[in-house]
Ligand binder design. Sequence first.
Ligand SMILES: Nc1nc2c(ncn2[C@@H]2O[C@H](COP(=O)(O)OP(=O)(O)O)[C@@H](O)[C@H]2O)c(=O)[nH]1
Ligand SMILES: [Mg+2]
Length: 420
Amino acid sequence: MDQFLAFFLKNAKGMNFQQLATEFLPHYSSLVSKAGGILSPETLSNIQKALQDGKLKDVVDQIHEALTAAEDAPLEVAVIGESGTGKSSFINALRGLSHEAQESAKVGVVETTMDKTPYQHPKYPKVTFWDLPGTGTPNFLPDTYLERVGFANYDFFIIISSSRFSFNDAVLAEKIKDVGKKFYFVRTKVDSDLYNEEKTKPTFFKKERVLQQIQDYCLANLSEIGVSEPRVFLVSNFDVNAFDFPRLEEILLKELPAHKRHAFALLLPNFSDAAIDMKRDFLREKIWLDAMKSAALSFVPFMTFFSGFDLPKQEACLKDYRKYFGLDDKSIEETAEKLGTSVQDIRAYIKCWDFWSFVKDDSIPAKVTHCVESFCAVKGGPTASVIQGLKVYFLRLKFLNTVVDDAKLLLRKIETANLA
Ligand SMILES: Nc1nc2c(ncn2[C@@H]2O[C@H](COP(=O)(O)OP(=O)(O)O)[C@@H](O)[C@H]2O)c(=O)[nH]1
Ligand SMILES: [Mg+2]
């Protein structure tokens, strides 16, 4: 990452725009998460063209627009399924809430209403999960259902079942496809299938075989009712780190439009190193794009970016990162309770607590100096805005890496406590 910034500064100053355009895409692709990045193919080609033409102001505008769109993007997820299949539990699992949490969707309540119910994500108010009326009720009218629930508002649909998918589910899937939206079949409660199988056939029980059977059965069931090439994910709402839950999250991310990925990536619960790394990749991309934007801006006449090294802004950024990784005050309190320990005890071994230790960190100015050395060699010294931009860049990377390490450390503690 740092090499490209140094390379960018040097070549922008030397006006080697062709070089910049050639190196930009391969570098960007190597940087982003395996689920894809924040920039759409269209934005990427616009940036490449602007670099080629030496129009650095256009580069700034393209990155700025993409980052703003990513930050403002609402995400609306529709969850459909018959009553009792685990819709509410699935929504709670994706929202990272325990089923007993106050703001959680009520579990085990028989549906009495035909209305759709919105559940806002507790940390990301722009993300809403919609518990839609079931397809199994006599009132289900496939021809008008999608209109009635306002299908155009949803980014994608999850169709849930805990046994066989119904004919109505298939009709609905077809209709969702016809209106150009994506849908995913989720088969819940595989934990209890496994439990029952093991209880009834202890000698022959093999977890993988049972899961394969459920998968085959779902696929046969869906093709029987007319869904072509269905994708089925086997999950337990009690364990989002197991079975197909992580794969489902990754595919949802991949298939979202670029500007919506950011919102979804941040809300993924922190239940595995892979989920933590995925989030880290999105935030790292954002840090890099911000740095690239401020670097480009420093070459635009009369536009010198000088919001400066604004400490409260940096402190707010660290706070956000802590929130994304479950290290904010409220989450730490909940984790302490889960671990049967105190907040002080957790604070003693995580490092992302002390903002001032980051500000005083000597390695950051050293990195900035190293990065501008090659740039200075071209002609003249770096402008103050370049130095400030790089300082922010290295500081935020340090925040991020520290928060990620802390999140993983805490995850290990939770895993150990669960095994004990
Ligand atoms: N074993 C198991 N039980 C589940 C799972 N998901 C939901 N349940 C249980 O199934 C019942 C119905 O769940 P709920 O989420 O209220 O379903 P809804 O009516 O579709 O919203 C509750 O008793 C849940 O605890 C799961 O993945 N595994
Ligand atoms: Mg429910």
